[in-house]
Each structure stands twice: as C-alpha cells, then as structure tokens.
Design a protein around this ligand. Sequence first.
Ligand code: MRU
Length: 354
Amino acid sequence: MFKTIEWKDNKVIMIDQRLLPTQEVYRKYTDFLDVAEAIREMVVRGAPAIGVAAAMGAALGALDIKTDNKNIFLKAFERVCDVMAHTRPTAVNLFWAIERMKKVVKKNHKFTVEELKQKLVQEAKTICREDIEINRRMGKHGSKFIKNGDTVLTHCNAGALATAGYGTALGVIRAAVEEGKKIKVFADETRPFLQGARLTAWELMKDKIDVTLITDNMAGYMMKKGVIDLVIVGADRIASNGDTANKIGTYSVAVLAREHKIPFYVAAPLSTIDLKIKSGDKIPIEERDKREVTHIPAPASIKQGKDIQIAPDNVKVKNPAFDVTPNKFITAIITEKGAAKKPFDKSLKMLFSR
Ligand code: MRU
C-alpha cells in the first residue's frame, strides 16, 4: 500500500500526486520552503493531507533554525509558520495544524531550543498518526448510511491520498466494504485537475473496490437513470452553519442530488469545521492558474512543457478551485465523533463538546 506522507529520518516523504496514476514517485524533502512549494504545486493536496504537510514543514523549518537563543528561535519559527500559512487559502486544516504546532511552542516555553525542536517533530508525527485514526472512526460512523448493494457517487479525491491514510469520504466507503457490504462507486473525473480520474479511480482500484469513472457532466444523467443511491464527498472548510466548501463542482452535484431525492453526505474531521466562520460566503476560495483550464497536463512520461493546449491563446479564464454547498442540500455531516444533522449550527457545536 502507498503512503501519502511520512516523516522519516528528519525528512518529509510524499508521493508526488501530480504524476499519478501513471508513475508512483516518492519525493524527499529536507527544506520547509520546498514543502511549502509542494503544497502550492499540488504534490500533496486534500485538506487533511495538506494539514499534515504544513505541520511537517513547520517541524522541518524549526530543525533548520540555527540558534540556542529562545527569542531568536521563536521569531524564526513564527516566520516558518507564516510561510506555511501562505500556501493555500481554503482548506482550514492547514491553519488548524499550524496552530497546533504554535501551541506546542507556547505550552513548553520553559524548554530549551533543542527540546522544543524535538517536541515539534513529535507533534507533526502525532497529527499524522491521529489523522488515520480519525478517518477510521469517521468510517465506522458513516458506513451505516450505506446499504449493501448501494452505488455511491463521489467528487474529487477524499481518499487515502487526500489524508494521512484511509480517507474521509472514501474512508466511509472503505468501512462499508470492510463490513462486507457490496458497494459500487461512481467517480466524477473532477475537472480541471482531474483528482477523480487520476487519484480516486487509482486508489479504489488498488483496493479492488468497484469504481466507474464518469465525466462531471454525466452525474445528472446517472442520477436520473436511478444508478446512484447516495453521494458522499469530503470538505475543505465547513462553516458553523454547515455550509461546505469542497472541490469546484460539488455544489452542482448537491443540487442534482436534491432534484433526484438522493441523500448527499459530507465526511470530514472536526479539524475541517471552522466555527469562527458563520456561513459559507465568508470562506476564502482559492483561484488557481488559468493554465489548469486551458491545458491538459502532459502524461508523466512526456517532458515538462509539452502540456496539450485545449483553448485559444489568451482566452479569458476563471479557475476557482472550490465552491460552497449551502447547508440545505446536505443530509448529514459525518465526523469522527458521529454524524450531525440539521440544524447544523447546533449539531456541529454539540459534536465538539462530546
Ligand atoms: O484542490 P485539492 O485537490 O486539494 O482539493 C481537495 C478537495 O476538495 C477534497 O475533496 C477535500 O480536501 C477533502 S479531502 C479529504
């Protein structure tokens, strides 16, 4: 089985998701600036995975600070955290993980610089390990929504590749399969970055889970034909009222699901819920490079720069990476502490106090 991200011998090791599904290449990082670049460039992506990467990047950055003076160390560590925080804006897990790293420093101010560095490394490893445990718990809570024989539609990749392992939306599917249920999955290809085609299809096939790939514009037709029993997606940030930011196209799937009376579930850890944000319109939406829309990346076997152009030179382009699904379209939000139903402003808060 592949590992999405790992801390080994003071290095961060990540599978390069840009090369999947044709090449399984692991990159080693020793410089936090390169980890920041890897998050920006989507070597690693998916909300919980970029949280883990940010924490490990911060730990790498801390190891690299060459001083015994605590004040100098603290200032330099702030700067490291700042760099990590300016990689991608939407997934709140990234900021949540950086906050956890900062808390380690605040809580242990009596320790030496060397001891602090070791504590930061430990915290990054803990965040990584806990993420897998959380996903397994989420899977157990969510699998009850899937019946034997169901076909599940998912959008983007909310699997092992988007987390430290097991996955959120795909974790729920994995848990149902582990319980012996016969499940089929339909994966939207997820233009423009093709996380569904390249990543979801790849990891489900590796696990021998029955997956059928469709283009995004086929979802409505499949629903109308009665092929889809339920939808499960992940999330990048959930506002306190349940409005959910996830990969661009999720909103359209949710509207289609409502029209066809198909339940629509979001699976996400509590670290994706941003209680400070009251509604979805306050969630910052990342706008990515127009080239993701105007070009199809060259297969990994072809040299860089040979991307295939599919739109006219200089065409105007919009490329928001996420959209927001209003809470009214969401049947339940599945977390590691159980599932929340409407009204979400009450039920989500209750989960935090469990
Ligand atoms: O741009 P990406 O690939 O980082 O977007 C990922 C998604 O939108 C996922 O669905 C979300 O992060 C949930 S991952 C468990």
